[in-house]
Structure formats: C-alpha cells, structure tokens
Design a protein around this ligand. Sequence first.
Ligand SMILES: [Zn+2]
Length: 95
Amino acid sequence: MIGTSRLDRICEFCTMNVVEDEEHFITSCPLYSVNRANLYRELNNIGCENWINCNTTSEKLSYILQPVNIRSTKLVITYIKSCFETRKLHSHVTV
Ligand SMILES: [Zn+2]
C-alpha cells in the first residue's frame, strides 16, 4: 500500500473500521477467525497455551510473533500463510 497514509488503510475485510495493521491482521480481524481458532487449538495441542493469558491484542501479537519452539514456529507460519490465502480469496484488488 505504498502512497496510502497509515490512517487510510482501513481494513476492507471486516466492519470493525480500524487500520489494517499487523496487530489487526494477526489478532483481531474476523475474516481470519477460523484460521486463528485453528492456530490456538494447534498451539494447545503442543502445550503452548500461554496465549490464553494474553489480555490485549498487543500481548497476543507479541506471543504469536515470538514462538517458543520449532513446532510453534511452524504453526505460526502456517497460520499466517493461511490468513494470506483467505485474504486473497476475499480481495477485490489484484496484487
Ligand atoms: Zn479486518
């Protein structure tokens, strides 16, 4: 989104009317709620349940972006890839 002011980057994939930044994309946007639920379930399955203790989206973002081991790193990568796939399916703009 070169040339677009940060405040103009309102997420066009949901109705929250917020800037589509990393935090929104990774922790909040309802478009990825299924992907996110899968990530949290998979993290639970490998014993990485501390995301539950994150009280804010910014804490969740830090937790997700700082995976504690190889398995959780792979889950996070899979999650982010799946979000981009979902985003592409819903995108009106060809990138
Ligand atoms: Zn959104």
